[in-house]
Design a protein around this ligand. Sequence first.
Ligand code: ARG
Length: 418
Amino acid sequence: MKKQKIAVAYSGGLDTSVIVKWLQEKYHADIVTVTGNLGQKKELIGVPEKAYKTGAKKVYMQDLRKEFVEEYIWRALKAGALYEHTYPMATALGRPLLAKALVEVAIREKCTAVAHGCTGKGNDQVRFEAAVAALAPHLKVLAPLRDWEFKSREDEIEYANMHGIPVSASKANPYSIDENIWGTAIECGVLEDPTVAPPEDAYQRTVSPEKAPDKPTYVEIEFQEGIPVRLNGKKMDGVALLDQLNEIAGANAVGRLDLVENRLVGIKSREIYEAPAASVLHFAHRELERMTLDKEVAHYKAKLAQDYATMIYNGLWFTPLRPALDAFIHETQKTVNGSVTVKLYKGNVDVAGRSSANSLYNMKLATYTAEDTFDHKASEGYIKIFTLPVKTYYQVNKNGFSKKKKGIRGKIKKTLKN
Ligand code: ARG
């Protein structure tokens, strides 16, 4: 029989390292590892060497940052997509792209299966497998964490030691962390108790408000069609812009989120997030839209943003709905051009000014000074027609009171007349 070949989504952490060896043994398979660089900083150091040491036949290291920012993050930003009004979805946006990279390698390497290291109670397994189902339905998906014999981290460490798998010192880390250029998700350990405030050591890329500078930092962000293109006047590509803004905002304690969220798999989970650049950009983008979007478009888009976020959170990136919604969002962004200056101060983001050539804010219409050009007299007729349905309803329905309670109604009618 031909030897099996499996492509493994590999992060270099304990779970995926054990997976490489475990699959190799269980299926007598050749393992190809695929690691995607989505802008995670610490995690990537030494990963290829580690993969070879763990027994991988071939190791792929893919720099996906540009694609991640331009094809995934910017779409979510333009949509205003925050899951349950809060979470910018760094992890949720990264999974479909990692799955796509995995599938591409699997096809090139003629693998029969792909494997991931997601647990059986999280959202990520769904995101991975939904993407594989869409992109390469012929591939078998293996999820060892759902069905292997290990019951705890200690079991896995023991297995790793027995098989000469290098286990980094970070095994002492009590948290499960997922990091990329759009944000960091931190769960497990003491964070599982929602009555407890996150300990300072849980945070990876932001300082506490107490340790943040005593002076505010101002940042000017320029958008073109809803996409940030300049930071403090300097033109930058998306990756550089996010890297820099993450540093600036993180140093001002901006982007910390503490969330109890509804998972796709039916449970509520408590997780904390750090999304410095994402928080600032969502804020600034929203401010610019307030000024440049037509009212009806703005209101309609806000409703759609919720659906868009839920769709991404639920792993439905590779579906016909997503590009259809993207088309609407893209159309709305044609006038979202201009600059927003934000004030970052001890964890807060405030708007310190905005300007746009597409601004619909008209000072002459808004002002209460002598410059005013608004037609005040026209309001009278406008209100008359606007309130006509209300007037009609309450006339017919006797000021809204039921006919049955005659006695009381009579009394009230009298008082109203007086
Ligand atoms: N709850 C988040 C999501 O479903 C993050 C999941 C990954 N978190 C982690 N710490 N490994 O998108």
